[in-house]
Design a protein around this ligand. Structure first.
Ligand code: THU
Length: 133
């Protein structure tokens, strides 16, 4: 499995591509899925509401490549303290949670880290299983 250090380097590289002229809050994300590393950055929009977060762009890259089994997630933000994915991103991550639990490593600008299991971050969420029981 890809090391956290490799995933962190990939997320930092993605962060450098962030398009965040409105918030100036550049975010990078990497996702290890089916043994491959996918990355995304936030892409803001003048309408504000059309902004897409780094995590969801990384998921788009993952799906485009045909991968679906998330094993690890990294989120890098410019804030001093580490930040976890927003509510919308949690819901989108939940779509791919049924293959097994995974950890999310959040890293702040000065290296402060937080690692949390997705099931702890987003307990009792609504997902694909809830449409079929
Ligand atoms: N953002 C992300 O990309 N991921 C998160 O987990 C939180 C927020 C982005 C959205 C927006 O471009 C900027 O950060 C400020 O909210």
């Amino acid at each position: 499995m890809a090391e956290w250090s490799e995933l962190l380097a990939a997320a930092r590289k993605a962060q450098a591509s962030a398009y965040a002229p409105y918030s100036n809050f550049q975010v990078g994300s990497s996702i290890l899925a089916d043994g491959q590393v996918f990355t995304g950055c936030n892409v803001e929009n003048a309408s504000y509401g059309a902004t897409v977060c780094a995590e969801r762009n990384a998921i788009g890259a993952m799906i485009l490549a045909g991968a679906k089994h998330i094993e690890r997630v990294v989120v890098v933000t410019p804030s001093k303290s580490p930040k976890t994915p927003c509510g919308v991103c949690r819901q989108v991550l939940a779509e791919f949670h049924h293959h097994g639990d995974f950890e999310i490593l959040s890293v702040g600008s000065e290296g402060a880290e937080q690692c949390i299991l997705f099931s702890d971050l987003h307990p009792q969420g609504f997902g694909p299983k809830d449409l079929v029981d």
